[in-house]
Write a protein that binds this ligand. Structure first.
Ligand code: NAI
Length: 462
């Protein structure tokens, strides 16, 4: 029996980052992972492979739509789907083997197999029981299925199956206009599929600042994605590898159908805690299946902690990573902390959409006295040169103190641009602080400064 200071269950962004930080802080660490490779959903079947396909399909879009305008003539490339998938697989293995290297470098033991916790202080993998002073559960999440919709990962797929379809479908129906549905829907649209998104709510991307969400939907429509909003999917029938999606319109209860070659179920994810033995341990759970934790990620059983998608909060890799680092610091006797008010969210479509802090709707609801500074990428020279002038930066600041309360960007590199606002918010900055910071010209980030200027005496280029 081997014994450790910490055993982490799960090697996704929460678990592997926690393991590395624990090792850096001098703790003896092991990480249990049952997949063939490290990195969890994110690296194997989530964030990273989807970004590879988004990148490749965006290059095709550029070749088809913008190359000739720049004097780059010739036939647009055709899609070699097999090669695109193999590029995606290379990206995955480059990243997962990178984590394996980091584990070796930091002397972290990878215990291969699926873990259960027979009692506090013990982790069972296969027939072996390992001892640990502390256990961190970072077991992540799995696809939340819909009643009447049976995922076979061929005709009815989750995000996992959507990353390795046999071919680009002629028609893809996406259930759910959230992050996964829109990212993967964009990929297949650009690769030539007809894409229809069926969404329960009356808007896409629930929880997003409404102005951004509206503008995002318009841009996606311009790219050819079709939307059926306000529609509850009732079920999907598959016959001879063809699917028929049945949905009801919420406004009048009328029933409709939509044929598809492939149906992507993107209606959310739920915590994955199967097989851990949490019930027998008596670990307290939240109503929606997440593990209950206190402000320091401790569960109701002493010596057992939980982070990431398995607990409450946004199901985002970087939120899990921050919790992983913070809980490692707690276990090493330091004071780990996560600022949940400053966690950015990004959708990696083109244009990208990124946000941090409060939406305008949340500020209204809270009765806050706020002001809005907005700047369109149409006024940004770099964006115009790069055919990327769709979208805007919107900064929300307190009307009295000028402190930044939230920011929402739709436009080129929004997922990178958002971070200067995150840093500003971490430092409690006012919009004027951003506005008075020199930004290099010509960069997309000038649009952020201009939006900050618009919170004060006005943007220059609008
Ligand atoms: P989501 O929660 O973002 O969106 C699900 C959508 O499905 C919602 O709009 C919901 O109203 C709709 N829906 C639910 N039931 C329905 C029904 N019966 N008929 C029609 N529509 C229905 O979930 P999604 O996109 O599956 O993503 C899961 C998680 O993964 C999210 O927490 C997301 O943040 C995370 N993720 C993050 C990414 C990123 O940060 N770029 C990328 C991919 C996933």
């Amino acid at each position: 029996m081997s014994s450790y200071d910490v055993i982490i269950i799960g090697s996704g962004p929460g678990g592997y980052v926690c393991a590395i930080r624990c090792a850096q802080l001098g703790l003896k660490v092991a990480c249990v992972e049952g997949r063939e490779t490290l990195g969890g959903t994110c690296l194997n079947v989530g964030c990273i492979p989807s970004k590879a396909l988004l990148h490749a399909s965006h290059q095709l879009h550029e070749a088809e739509h913008n190359f000739a305008k720049m004097g780059l003539k010739g036939k647009a490339p055709s899609v070699d789907w097999k090669q695109m998938l193999s590029y995606k697989d290379d990206v995955i293995s480059g990243n997962t083997s990178g984590i394996e290297f980091l584990f070796k470098k930091n002397k972290i033991d990878w215990i291969k197999g699926w873990a259960s916790i027979p009692e506090a202080g013990k982790v069972k993998v296969g027939d072996e029981v390992h001892e640990a002073k502390n256990i961190v559960i970072a077991s992540g999440s799995e696809v939340a299925t819909l009643p009447g919709v049976e995922i076979d990962e061929k005709t009815i797929v989750s995000s996992t199956g959507a990353l390795e379809l046999g071919k680009v479908p002629n028609k893809l129906v996406v259930i759910g206009a959230g992050v996964i549905g829109l990212e993967l829907g964009s990929v297949y649209k650009r690769l030539g599929a007809e894409v229809k998104v069926i969404e329960f709510l009356d808007t896409i991307t629930p929880g997003m600042d409404a102005e951004v969400s509206k503008s995002f939907q318009k841009l996606l429509k311009k790219q050819g994605l079709e939307f059926q909003l306000g529609a509850a999917v009732q079920g999907v029938d598959v016959k001879n590898n063809k699917a028929k999606v049945t949905y009801k319109l919420r406004k009048d209860d009328s029933e409709h159908t939509e044929d598809a070659d492939v149906v992507l179920v993107a209606t959310g994810r739920k915590p994955y805690t199967d097989g851990l033995g949490l019930e027998a341990l008596g670990i307290a759970m939240e109503k929606r299946g997440q593990i209950k934790t206190d402000a320091h990620w401790a569960t109701s059983v002493k010596g057992i902690y939980a982070i990431g998608d398995a607990i409450t909060g946004p199901m985002l890799a970087h939120k899990a990573e921050d919790e992983g680092m913070a809980v490692a610091e707690v276990l090493a006797g330091q004071k780990g902390h996560v600022n949940y008010n400053v966690i950015p969210g990004v959708i990696y479509t083109h244009p990208e959409v990124a946000s941090v802090g409060a939406t305008e709707e949340q500020l209204k609801e809270a009765g806050r006295n706020y002001k809005v500074g907005k700047f369109s990428f149409m006024g940004n020279g770099r964006a115009k040169a790069n055919f990327a002038a769709d979208g805007f930066v919107k900064i929300l600041a307190d009307k009295d103190t000028d402190r930044i309360l939230g920011a929402h960007i739709i436009g080129p590199m929004a997922g990178d641009l958002i971070h200067e606002i995150c840093v500003a918010m971490e430092f409690g900055a006012a919009a004027e602080d951003l506005a008075r910071t020199c930004h290099a010209h010509p960069t997309y980030s000038e649009a952020v400064r201009e939006a900050a200027l618009a919170c004060g005496d006005g943007a220059i280029h609008s």
